[in-house]
Write a protein that binds this ligand. Structure first.
Ligand SMILES: Nc1ncnc2c1ncn2[C@@H]1O[C@H](COP(=O)(O)OP(=O)(O)OP(=O)(O)O)[C@@H](O)[C@H]1O
Ligand SMILES: [Mg+2]
Length: 369
């Protein structure tokens, strides 16, 4: 576990960036609808959400490129409403590199320092350090057009970091890269972010990227933060069905809550009641949807009369690292299981299977209104 993931630990530190009830309206369109967020010093927070959910607008309001309709942006405790973008202590990287094509890599990275009128000797030293940091030390004389996409994004990162801002904002910085380069750059950005302990807010709509890079993830929906927490919080303990669906794939089994010790139980079939995790929201004595991640389900061959969930295999799909097994339950509902690929699979379409949900407690979400 990295040092930023404990919530008690991060709460003790001060917020380097604080958003208070931030709102932005473009005419009738409410782009952000009351976003409050504390980002601790050195923390990496990702805004994740569907297209149009307000991620970029939030970042642009932090950077000062758009004026919020209401609410506050505080950096190290100071209100930023009167600060123009270049006076905010922020480095920015966008999806499209926006490097100056006619300038060398070195000149691109030196640009923010020249704007700030640093002495020449200092500029040379800082540019060298920034280029070393992103592992481009030997390419300073090249033009952007002579670099790969990933290298260009490293230059953009070096340029954002060279004046040592206290906050780094990343808006889909890897969006234009192919998958393997993207994954390499995820590690690279995380390594640099941790080496500098720089407070970072990133935007992505790639859930895997958010999970692997972030200390905390804020899921945005319709201009609001629907849930914020560690990657495990969001994946294992989604507050709503929307979050569960957005973060990975999930089955939902509707059931009735039966009160009991800890979280009680959820009856999902006449003969099947599964234990609920405490705080799964089970207190509302009514219907809930059980969140069943495909990798947590076992399909066991052979019918098991009378007890538990059972059905017939409707389809088996090879997905490389796993087999995806689609089961038609006797209730008529479909359920997808994922079995890790340990070789061949002894299950085929048409086979009767029992669904083994194990004995550990499960998470449930309220019915979506
Ligand atoms: N300049 C603008 N004028 C009018 N509406 C805007 C403007 N900028 C953004 N919007 C609207 O505000 C909402 C939020 O947009 P935003 O760009 O923040 O979304 P996003 O989450 O970054 O989406 P994406 O993943 O597609 O980049 C959208 O409905 C968008 O159409
Ligand atoms: Mg955007």
């Amino acid at each position: 576990m990295n040092p930023h993931t404990t919530s008690s630990g991060s709460r003790r530190r001060s917020a380097a960036l604080k958003l208070v009830e931030l709102r932005k309206q473009f005419g009738d369109i409410v782009a952000i609808d009351g976003v409050s967020l504390d980002v601790m010093a050195g923390e990496f927070v990702t805004l994740l959400g569907a297209s149009g959910s307000g991620k970029s607008t939030t970042l642009m309001a932090v950077a000062g490129f758009i004026d919020a309709t209401s609410g506050e942006v505080l950096i190290n405790g100071e209100d930023q409403s009167r600060q123009p973008p270049h006076k905010r202590d922020i480095g920015l990287v966008f999806q499209h590199y926006a490097l100056f094509p006619h300038l060398s890599v070195e000149k691109n990275v030196a640009f923010p320092l020249e704007m700030r009128r640093l002495p020449k000797a200092q500029i040379g030293e800082r540019v060298r350090r920034a280029l070393d940091l992103v592992r481009l030390g030997s390419l300073g004389a090249r033009k952007p057009s002579e670099l790969s996409g990933g290298q260009q994004q490293r230059v953009a990162l070096a340029r954002a970091l060279v004046y040592e801002p206290s906050i780094l904002l990343l808006d889909e910085p890897l969006g234009a890269l192919d998958k393997s380069l993207r994954e390499e750059m995820q590690w690279e950005i995380r390594r640099i972010q941790q080496a500098l302990a720089i407070t970072t807010v990133a935007v992505t709509h790639d859930q895997h990227e958010a999970i692997t890079m972030s200390d905390r993830i804020a899921i945005m929906r319709n201009g609001r933060i629907e849930q914020i927490g560690t990657p495990a919080d969001i994946y294992e303990r989604p507050r709503t069905r929307y979050i569960a669906e957005f973060m990975g794939s999930s089955n939902f089994l509707r059931g009735k809550v039966e009160a009991g010790p800890d979280g009680g139980r959820l009856r999902v079939a006449p003969h099947t009641a599964v234990p609920l995790a405490p705080r799964a929201g089970a207190l509302a004595d009514g219907s809930m949807d059980l969140v069943i991640r495909p990798e947590r389900v076992r399909c066991v061959p052979g019918p098991r009369e009378g007890d538990g969930l059972a059905g017939a295999i409707a389809g088996v799909t090879y997905v490389g690292e796993a087999w995806q097994i689609d089961v038609k339950l006797d209730s008529g509902e479909m359920l997808t299981a994922s079995h890790a690929n340990h070789g061949e699979l002894a299950l085929a379409p048409g086979d009767r299977v029992a669904i083994d949900l194990g004995t550990h407690p499960w998470w449930a979400v309220p019915l979506e209104s």
